[in-house]
Design a protein around this ligand. Structure first.
Ligand code: CTP
Length: 506
C-alpha cells in the first residue's frame, strides 16, 4: 500500500493515484495513519480553478446522481485519459438529464484522442478485455468478469465497500470523430475530430452538451452548440438544415423528446421536419419499430403518438396506421393487458417473445382489414409470428358475436388453431360478457378436456389409420365438452356407435 506524508504536494498525490490506480491514499505521519485523501477530495480541490473561468461545473451534480461504483469507474477512466493527455467527456443524454435533474445511470463517453489506446491502458491496469472497432475508433471495455476485483480495488479505505453490481457489464469508449455522408443514408465516412465537431453530428442541441472529466477540468460543462439555452427555453432544435436528411428517424426522436420533456420543436426545425417526412420512406421497418418501441416505453407515449399523427408522421410511414381516440384506448388496453399464467400455457414458445409490445401492436392494428394489416405489419417489419397473431386477432374480433353464441365444442374447434396472444388481446378489448366468458372457459377448462380414448386405442382395435381417427376422437371430445357424455362408460358406448357408423372402407 502506497502512503503519503501530510505535507505531500497535490501533484504528488495526483501522481500516486494515477500510477497506482488507487482511489484513496492513506496519509501517514510517524508511522500512523492520520487520514485518507480520496480521489474525490483531490478532484474537488482541483476543479474550482476551472470553474472560475465562468464555465458551469457539474461535479457536485454528478457525484450526487451516480452510485459510488459508477462514479469511481468514471474517475479511473478520467485518470487513464489524463495520462494519455486526452480529454475525456461524458456527453449527450446523460448530461442533459443531469441538468434537468432527471439523472440516468448510463453515460456515453467520448475521448478527444484514441479510445482504443485508452481501452488498452485500462485493461493493462485493471484487467478485463476490450473489443475494438478500428473504423470508428471505438473500444468496448468488458468488465463483467472483473467487477469484484474492481470493487475491492476502488472501495474507500475504512468506508463502505462499493457495490459491485453497480458496475456495468461493459463500458463504451468512443474517439471524438467527424462523420460525413457522401450521399443520404449511406454509411458515413469517418475521421478523427474534436469534441466540438463530434457533437455537431448529433440530432438536437439539447443532446450536444458535454461534461469534461479529466484532471483540472473535472465537471466542466462544454456547451458548443447552444444546448444549455435550448434546454432552458424548452426547445428541440436541430444543429443544421440537413439533420433530418442525414437521418430521418430523427423525426420520431424530435417528437419523443418534445413530448417527454413538455418542450416545443423549434419553428425552423418543425419546418425542416415537415419537409423531410417523405424521406421516412427510405427508413427500414426495423429502425422505425425501434423508435416506436422506445416511445411505447415512455409515460408520455400517447402524447407522442398524437403529435406524430398531427404532423403526418404515421401517414408517411404507412397510410393505414390508425390514430384516434379508439386506437389510443385499445393500445392502452394492450399495454396493460395482463396475461394470466394459466392462459399463457399454449403454445409456450410464443411467450418467450416480448409479449407486451406484441399485445400493443395487435391492439393497434386489429381494426384494419386483413390486407392492410399485412401491409402495415410488413412496413414495420413485425416478426412473422406477430403478423400471424394480428391476422388471427382480426378474424376472431370480426366473429365475436358468433363466438359468443357457440357451443363449447365449437369454441374449442375455433380457438385451438389460434395463437394464444391474439385470444388474450381480443378478450382484453372486448366489452361483450358472453364472448369474454367463452374465452375464459376455453382457457381455464375446455382447452384441456380430452377423451379417454386415444389413437393408440383405435390402433389396438385394428382400425386402419386415416383421417377418420381425428374425426372419431374429435367427436368424442366434442361430446365431453358439450356435456353429452360425462362418464367413461358413456364414452365407450359413443365410441362403439361412431365406429359402427364408419364406412366399410375406413
Ligand atoms: N443520436 C443522433 N441521431 C440518432 C440517434 C442518436 O444524433 N438518430 C445521438 C443523440 O445526440 C444522442 C446520442 O446519439 O444523444 C445517443 O443516443 P440515444 O442513446 O438514443 O440518446 P439519449 O439522448 O441518451 O436518449 P434517451 O434519453 O432516450 O436514452
Amino acid at each position: 500500500q502506497v502512503t503519503v506524508p501530510p505535507d505531500a504536494p497535490l501533484e504528488t498525490l495526483q501522481q500516486v493515484m494515477t500510477d497506482t490506480g488507487w482511489g484513496q491514499v492513506p496519509v501517514v505521519e510517524n508511522g500512523e495513519i492520520i487520514g485518507i485523501v480520496t480521489r474525490t477530495d483531490l478532484l474537488k480541490i482541483l476543479a474550482p480553478k476551472q470553474a472560475a473561468s465562468g464555465q458551469m461545473n457539474l461535479a457536485d451534480k454528478l457525484e450526487a446522481s451516480l452510485p459510488p461504483a459508477r462514479l469511481a469507474l468514471l474517475q479511473i477512466v478520467a485518470e487513464a485519459a489524463q495520462r494519455q493527455q486526452a480529454a475525456l467527456y461524458v456527453v449527450g443524454g446523460f448530461v442533459r438529464d443531469l441538468l434537468l435533474e432527471r439523472p440516468s445511470l448510463d453515460y456515453d463517453l467520448v475521448v478527444e484522442g484514441d479510445a482504443i489506446a485508452l481501452g488498452r491502458a485500462l485493461v493493462q491496469q485493471y484487467g478485463g478485455r476490450t473489443t475494438t472497432h478500428r473504423r470508428f475508433g471505438t473500444a468496448k471495455w468488458q468488465i463483467g468478469s472483473i467487477r469484484s476485483k474492481l470493487a475491492e480495488q476502488l472501495s474507500p479505505i475504512g468506508g463502505p465497500p462499493l457495490d459491485e453490481s453497480n458496475f456495468p457489464e461493459t463500458l463504451d469508449l468512443v474517439s471524438a470523430r467527424r462523420e460525413f455522408y457522401t450521399h443520404p443514408t449511406a454509411l458515413p465516412t469517418v475521421e478523427r475530430g474534436s469534441i466540438k465537431l463530434d457533437l455537431h453530428r448529433r440530432d438536437f442541441t439539447i443532446n450536444t452538451l458535454a461534461m469534461r472529466l479529466d484532471g483540472h477540468y473535472y465537471g466542466d460543462l462544454h456547451d458548443h452548440w447552444g444546448g444549455l439555452a435550448d434546454l432552458q427555453a424548452g426547445l428541440v432544435r436541430v444543429l443544421h438544415s440537413l439533420s433530418f436528411v442525414d437521418d430521418p428517424t430523427r423525426i420520431l426522436r424530435a417528437v419523443r423528446f418534445e413530448q417527454r420533456f413538455g418542450y416545443q420543436i423549434e419553428p425552423r426545425t418543425l419546418e425542416l421536419l415537415e419537409n423531410a417526412l417523405s424521406l421516412l420512406d427510405r427508413v427500414s421497418g426495423d429502425r422505425i419499430r425501434h423508435e416506436l418501441n422506445h416511445m411505447l416505453q415512455e409515460s408520455a407515449w400517447e402524447a407522442m403518438f398524437a403529435r406524430m399523427s398531427d404532423l403526418g408522421v404515421f401517414e408517411a410511414i404507412h397510410p393505414a396506421l390508425p390514430w384516434d381516440q379508439a386506437a389510443k384506448e385499445r393500445m392502452r388496453t394492450g399495454l396493460n393487458a395482463r396475461i394470466p399464467p394459466l392462459w399463457a400455457g399454449r403454445p409456450a414458445h410464443q411467450l418467450e417473445h416480448p409479449v407486451q409490445p406484441a399485445a400493443v401492436y395487435l391492439s393497434w392494428l386489429i381494426v384494419l382489414d386483413a390486407g392492410e394489416a399485412v401491409s402495415a405489419a410488413n412496413r414495420l417489419r413485425l416478426p412473422g409470428w406477430m403478423s400471424d397473431q394480428i391476422q388471427s386477432a382480426i378474424a376472431i374480433r370480426s366473429m365475436q358475436d358468433e363466438i359468443a353464441r357457440m357451443s363449447p365444442s365449437q369454441v374449442v374447434a375455433k380457438f385451438d388453431s389460434q395463437p394464444t396472444l391474439s385470444l388474450v388481446v381480443c378478450d382484453a378489448l372486448s366489452n361483450d360478457p358472453n364472448f369474454k366468458q367463452q374465452v375464459k372457459a376455453y382457457f381455464e377448462r375446455w382447452q384441456s378436456i380430452q377423451p379417454g380414448t386415444s389413437g393408440y386405442d383405435l390402433r389396438a382395435r385394428d382400425i386402419p389409420p386415416g383421417p377418420h381417427y381425428k374425426r372419431v376422437l374429435d367427436a368424442l371430445r366434442a361430446a365431453w365438452l358439450d356435456g353429452k357424455i360425462s362418464t367413461t362408460e358413456e364414452e365407450t358406448a359413443l365410441l362403439e356407435d361412431l365406429l359402427d357408423e364408419l364406412p366399410a372402407d375406413e
